[in-house]
Design a protein around this ligand. Structure first.
Ligand code: NAP
Length: 544
């Protein structure tokens, strides 16, 4: 084909496409399920019995392959144990005997390792992994006795960083040159942008490739593997059974990220923050996407530098993001266009890439979430449905002047409320009060603040949040002046502030209600579809 393309240069792009298609078809043939990456469970148990039992569990839970990590066995009798393990395998098996010098547990000489791997081939292993550093020696050892039924994975691990795209490409070429059936490269993410280089190399690789980036910042390489044509990705049976840093669990991969449905054109959304590990967003949005058949995946995105993240993942497929601490202000600065209220608030919690021109549009669904939760509750408790907002002309006290405080203050002002700001740092209260045309008071004065009945209190400080659940920002006595108390905190769902308000018969609105509503707002911005409210509420309830 290269000769034809040299002779007919104008045909070259077409030929490239044909060649590319051929390679894709080949890759699909290689994979047991066309277009889907295999999910492999590494077995790091200490005994053969335990490994056999974990193999059975892996099959029941939906894995495609198991990796037998011989180097983790406490005692290993090659002929007996490999026969047992491979004869009784319920799934295709990859056999790995990783030495210490490549991040494994085996400390002996290579001769014994080669012998065991050769035996594994004789017993019918579906895959055998050998490290690039000794791959040629291993092939020399096999000297023509290589078994066709066993695919040879030649692997390279870098536990420090991810090299440049050029260096990764030349590593792929070296692995291919040695005679690998499957190329495996595992590197380490210092920053989430490192993963993009692995994706780039993987989509262009001409042989099946496993390209994984280890560590929490590399998680997306493990989930988006099918999108970028990866042959296989690893997932553990449970937390603590990882064979490399950053491996997700099998149930997360299958149930939360729906990996079997990810294809090349699946859209990517996610929560950008630092930290993000605790976020309920992936479970909530993943379930919502699935319930309406929207072809998208929602990921936790641990990002250090927001601008560089956006610049790196600029393709239209990275279609939208939820944004949390500490990036809400950076998201505003990076937006091409911003919803006017988000601009006022100075924080963007939702960013979407407009499909028509790729421009980044920033929104704030925190304020709509909180304000609509309070409005709906007020309407429900009064039994009256008024044309205007039930907040109009009410005294609305915002406790706190940070991100959530600003969102609540602007939202309340928008609805015609008379806004009062109380904050630990009085200067910040004054600043915000001036911006929204409200009044600032000190925390001490708030205790006896009671200009009228029917006031609303919104706590936007973190006082009372887990683990300090016995703290409260205002005395129970002072709560008597309010008709409704809202708390932005959602962990715990019912804070001491809300519990004491409820004991006094005051109507309460939880931070969880704000959370669900801001997530529903995001879903609608992401998909253009109405949010599946019941499904989202049920999902959230099931994970509390
Ligand atoms: P932030 O920008 O850091 O603001 C924190 C505010 O709390 C500031 O006004 C700060 O006062 C005050 N504060 C903190 N510790 C205090 C203390 N010990 N005593 C008195 N005041 C104190 O944080 P944020 O983003 O607004 O978040 C605030 C809370 O809202 C968090 O609990 C967060 O989880 C919650 N939240 C919930 C949702 C939801 O969907 N439910 C969404 C966003 C935020 P100073 O100005 O004096 O520092």
């Amino acid at each position: 084909m290269q000769a034809i393309s040299r002779r007919y240069p104008r045909l070259s792009p077409f030929l490239r496409t044909v060649a590319q298609r051929e390679r894709e078809r080949e890759r699909e043939r290689e994979s047991d399920m066309a277009g889907v990456s295999l999910v492999c469970v590494p077995l790091v148990a200490k005994s053969v019995e335990q490994m056999l039992s974990e193999m059975a569990t892996a099959k029941v839970r939906g894995a495609d392959v198991v990796e037998i990590r011989l180097d983790h066995l406490a005692s290993f009798e090659p002929r007996r144990d490999l026969d047992l393990l491979l004869r009784n395998r319920p799934l295709p098996a990859l056999v790995t005997y990783r030495p210490k010098w490549e991040g494994g547990e085996y400390e002996g000489d290579d001769g014994r390792r080669f012998e065991a791997l050769f035996l594994a081939m004789e017993f019918g292993a579906d895959y055998v992994d050998i490290e690039l550093k000794v791959a040629q020696e291993f092939l020399d050892y096999l000297s023509g006795k290589r078994q066709d039924r066993t695919k040879l994975i030649v692997s390279s691990h870098n536990y420090q960083s991810t090299p440049s795209t050029e260096d990764l490409s030349s590593l792929v070429a070296r692995i291919q040159a040695v005679g690998a059936d499957i190329v495996k490269i595992a590197t380490t993410a210092v920053d989430i942008v490192d993963v993009a280089r692995m994706f780039e190399v993987m989509v262009h690789c001409q042989v099946p490739m496993i390209g994984l980036v280890m560590g929490e910042r590399g998680l997306i390489s493990r989930i988006l593997c099918p999108k970028f044509g990866g042959y296989l990705t690893f997932a553990t049976l449970s937390v603590g059974k990882e064979s490399a840093p950053g491996q997700p669990t099998l149930s997360d991969l299958l149930d939360i990220y729906n990996i079997k449905q990810i294809r090349a054109d699946t859209k990517v959304y996610g929560i950008v923050g630092k930290p993000v590990g605790h976020s309920k967003g992936p479970i909530l949005h993943g379930a919502a996407f699935r319930s309406v058949g929207y072809d998208a995946v929602y990921l936790p995105l641990l990002v250090d530098d927001f601008a560089s993240f956006l610049h790196t993942y600029s393709s239209p497929d990275f279609a939208g993001f939820s944004v949390t601490m500490p990036h809400k202000e950076a998201a505003l600065a990076c937006s091409d266009e911003v919803d006017p209220i988000a601009k006022y608030i100075g924080a963007v919690n939702t960013l979407i890439k407009r499909p028509s021109d790729g421009k980044l549009i920033g929104y704030n669904t925190d304020y709509t979430g909180a304000i609509s939760a309070i409005e709906t509750t007020l309407q429900g408790s009064s039994g009256k449905v008024s044309a205007g907002s039930p907040l109009a002309d009410k005294v609305f006290v915002v406790l706190g002047a940070g991100g959530a405080g600003k969102a609540l203050a602007y939202g309340a002002k928008e609805k015609g409320a008379r806004v009062v700001i109380a904050n630990r740092t009085y200067e910040r209260a004054k600043e915000l009060a001036n911006l929204v045309g409200g009044q600032a008071i000190s925390l001490a004065d708030l205790e006896n603040f009671h200009p009228e009945e029917g006031m609303i209190l919104a706590n936007t400080t973190s006082i009372g949040m887990h683990p300090n659940i016995h703290d409260t920002p205002l005395s129970k006595q002072a709560l008597k002046s309010y008709a409704l108390v809202f708390d932005a905190i959602y962990n715990p769902v019912v804070t001491r502030l809300l519990r004491e308000a409820e004991e006094l018969g005051v109507t309460i609105v939880t931070g969880m209600e704000m959370f669900i509503r801001q997530a529903m707002g995001q879903f609608e911005l992401f998909t253009g579809l109405p949010a599946p409210e019941k499904l989202m509420r049920d999902t959230l309830l099931s994970i509390q």
